[in-house]
Write a protein that binds this ligand. Structure first.
Ligand SMILES: Nc1ncnc2c1ncn2[C@@H]1O[C@H](COP(=O)(O)OP(=O)(O)OP(=O)(O)O)[C@@H](O)[C@H]1O
Length: 267
């Protein structure tokens, strides 16, 4: 099948959006994040069209889909980086649609781990963590949060006085995730956790995410270019095509779905 055929078939796939009842059933009785009929984009350019999403407390949801489908734009929108033309974003029933990113972090308990390498390379590991608490009222709060994280991740503790630039790729990603944990968020938005990492570090990152979800009760909304890995990890998978929701199901069910496999998991 040619690339054009795949693209055409993926578009047809998108014409069949799942009903909101399916999204509700997947998220269970206590949705933490609810997105309803969202239209959002950048300036005048609408990227997400009538997009809805539900993820329950302490659940994980992975967005997959072709390049440019708008997966990262969903995360940008939840965090407050896009223009929202219609629809609503709610966290635990509270409307957070128009909250700015600093308030998402400080008041709503949403943290965002960016796709790009975002460590402050010339700062130490410890200083990077303190930066995660820059919105706290006192530096002491950030410092004690950093100590909590060092107890949890000895790998970072052993390197606390080293500049972040000397860390391996996996350690950098651990530091980025940890920095987002300083404010003790309830919802973690993670863009491409495995991008650019060697296989052994990919496993490490997914183990950390698993622990955050299942031990610490964090809710995770992520985008993952390694779609199979992301769907195997997540409770819920959504397939996004051209800014529209094309399919939603349990992650493991989507991995086993032959259409999803052929069109989005490389066969
Ligand atoms: N900050 C921005 N300003 C303007 N347009 C943007 C911005 N970020 C993304 N876009 C556009 O929005 C569209 C969707 O991009 P997005 O990054 O959300 O897709 P994606 O599904 O995450 O893609 P990929 O898998 O390639 O990362 C693209 O056409 C992109 O050019």
């Amino acid at each position: 099948m040619s690339v054009t055929d795949v693209a055409r078939e993926a578009e047809q796939f998108a014409a069949d959006a799942p009903p909101v009842e399916t999204l509700n059933a997947l998220a269970g009785d206590t949705p933490l994040l609810t997105i309803d009929r969202l239209r959002a984009g950048y300036g005048p350019m609408e990227i997400l069209h009538d997009f809805s999403l539900r993820v329950g407390r302490a659940q994980s949801l992975c967005l997959i889909g072709p390049n440019g489908a708008g997966k990262s734009t969903v995360l940008h929108t939840v965090f407050g980086f896009t223009s929202i033309y219609a629809g609503a974003v709610r966290l635990a029933g509270h409307d957070v649609t128009q909250l700015k990113p600093s308030d998402k972090l400080r008041r709503a308990g949403i943290a965002y781990v960016l796709q790009d390498n975002s460590v402050f390379a010339d700062m130490t590991v410890e200083e990077n963590l303190w930066m995660g608490g820059y919105l706290m009222n006192t530096p002491r709060g950030a410092k004690s949060a950093a100590e909590r994280i060092f107890t949890k991740y000895p790998r970072l503790a052993e390197r606390r006085h080293m500049p972040a630039r000397v860390l391996s790729g996996g350690e950098r990603r651990l530091l980025e995730i940890s920095r987002a944990l300083v404010m003790d968020p309830e919802l973690l938005l993670i863009d491409e956790p495995s991008i650019g990492l060697e296989p052994r570090f990919i496993e490490m990152v997914f183990e950390i995410l698993d622990e955050l979800q299942h031990r610490d009760g964090k809710t995770i909304l992520m985008v993952e270019q390694n779609a199979k890995k992301g769907l195997e990890f997540a409770d819920i998978g959504y397939v996004l095509v051209s800014g529209q929701l094309a399919r939603a199901g349990k992650g493991t069910e989507l991995v086993a779905d032959p259409d999803v496999g052929r069109l989005f998991l490389g066969g």
